[in-house]
Design a protein around this ligand. Structure first.
Ligand code: AMP
Length: 428
């Protein structure tokens, strides 16, 4: 019996892995540009961290977590998202003591037991940011502008920023009762999930995808029209800043997100190439979570991008000749034409690499033609050739794989002048 990867998990093989690498390195570049530092948290955490922060009645906590008892019977969960772990670390290390404002980013795998489909996996990857210690609307706008600039820097157009405000705790509570009144008369015609949510998490009813429910939901009172003054002012300030930055957005008055901790601004960024799982990323503000988890009363805002989905978009672009090309190129490939010379060639390879030349060597003993094919496959710019014949003549042959020309590289007592060879390779 052969063993395969678990359902909802997958291997990322080259050349696809080059696209992942590009997406992640570009993210690190953008995060540095905006002044964020990396924070790495463990994959496993105490289950309570997620049940308390994300909310007991959310889909994630009630049915999607990878939770198990460890050998001492403690309940452990593999992180389904990174905001709660970042907040835990912020409180545990009292990071608020040194700096009133902390800006972090993270990149890594998350785990949710969902029904796998295109763009939805059980182990998936997110990159994201959190700004902790702020209630300023600028930071909501910065989070959105960073996400949008990141997508643009990868050449991704066709994104839509959908934005809404769920308001502060007071507004949320008031809206909840407005919503309960609105749905109370229609429960008979709504799905069982909506009926459960009516009792436990009314706001989430707005997110139901069942057609009969959607018909009712489209007439639900809009969230953003039921905010108190402070929440309304905050939302308007965020929108004004986005306008100044010329970031296009659509206000979606019934947009909600799957996690309970959000207050005020929430947003989602979608892409037209993604089909039914069209959210590339999302985020929002969470002004009460830090205090609820035992930290100071201070606000925060963040977003997460799904890298799996981002790669789906980038792959489609690559197929359409985008600027992202896959491939790890070599400067030089050394052929293996005579076993007796191999150790000398391996020594040369080692010094070339120490000189930052991307190089490799053929270890197989196969025909010249087959070795040249390997050089081509490795996308080598040059090939270095030395059989016994060349050795007797005190030379290597350097073949330029682009224009096909060959030149002699002289050796003295079988040694190449490494600086000269490096310079020659760098010239092209
Ligand atoms: P969330 O943490 O639910 O706000 O999700 C943020 C982003 O992560 C989404 O917009 C998706 O791009 C991505 N994402 C969430 N769940 C999954 C999943 N199961 N598989 C792949 N990507 C996901």
């Amino acid at each position: 019996m052969t063993i395969t990867a678990l359902r909802g998990t997958y291997d990322i093989l080259p050349p696809q892995s080059y696209i992942w690498e590009k997406a992640e390195s570009q993210a690190r570049k953008m995060f540095a540009l905006y002044g964020y530092s990396e924070l790495r948290t463990p994959i496993i955490e105490q289950t309570q961290l997620f049940s308390r922060s994300i909310g007991e009645n959310t889909d994630i906590v009630s049915k999607e977590m990878y939770t198990f008892a460890d050998r001492k019977g403690r309940s452990i969960t593999m992180r389904p998202e990174a905001t709660a772990p970042v907040v835990r670390a912020y409180i545990e290390h009292k990071l608020y003591k040194d700096q009133s404002l902390c800006k972090f980013y993270y990149i890594g795998p998350m785990f949710r037991y969902e029904r796998p489909q295109a763009g939805r996996n059980r182990q998936f990857y997110q990159l994201g940011t959190e700004i902790l210690g702020t209630e300023h609307p600028y930071h909501d706008a910065e989070s959105i502008s960073l996400a949008v600039s990141y997508f643009k820097s990868l050449g991704i157009d066709n994104i839509v920023v959908k934005i809404n405000s769920v308001g502060d705790a007071e507004s949320k509570q008031k809206y909840n009762s407005i919503l309960k009144n609105f749905f109370a008369g229609s429960l008979d015609t709504m799905c069982p999930d909506c009926n459960t949510r009516f009792e436990k998490n009314t706001l989430r009813m707005l997110d139901c995808k069942v057609p009969a429910c959607k018909e009712i939901i489209k007439n639900a009172p809009p969230l953003n029209e039921n905010l108190n003054d402070a929440s309304k002012t905050h939302f308007e300030s965020v929108l004004a800043l986005l306008d100044k930055m010329k970031i296009a957005y659509e206000i979606e008055p019934r947009l909600v997100r799957g996690l309970d901790y959000y207050t005020n601004t929430i947003f989602e960024i979608t892409h037209s190439h993604l089909g039914s799982q069209d959210a590339l990323g999302g985020g929002g503000r969470y002004n009460n979570l830090i205090a609820e988890m035992g930290g100071p009363q201070t606000g925060a805002v963040g977003f997460a991008v799904g890298i799996d989905r981002l790669v789906i978009v980038l792959e489609k672009m690559t197929a359409n000749n985008s600027t992202i090309t896959a491939g790890s190129d070599l400067d030089l490939y050394i052929l293996n034409l005579d076993n007796a010379l191999f150790t000398d060639h391996a020594e040369l390879l080692h010094s070339l690499r120490q000189h930052d030349i991307r190089a490799d060597i053929c270890t197989e003993q196969k025909s010249f033609k087959a070795q040249m094919r390997s050089a081509n496959k490795a996308n080598a710019r040059f090939v270095l050739i030395q059989g016994q014949n060349e050795r007797d003549n005190n030379i290597f042959k350097l073949k330029d794989m682009i224009n096909g020309t060959e030149e002699d590289i002289k050796t003295i007592n079988n040694n190449v002048d490494i600086d000269k060879l490096v310079e020659r390779i760098r010239q092209s």
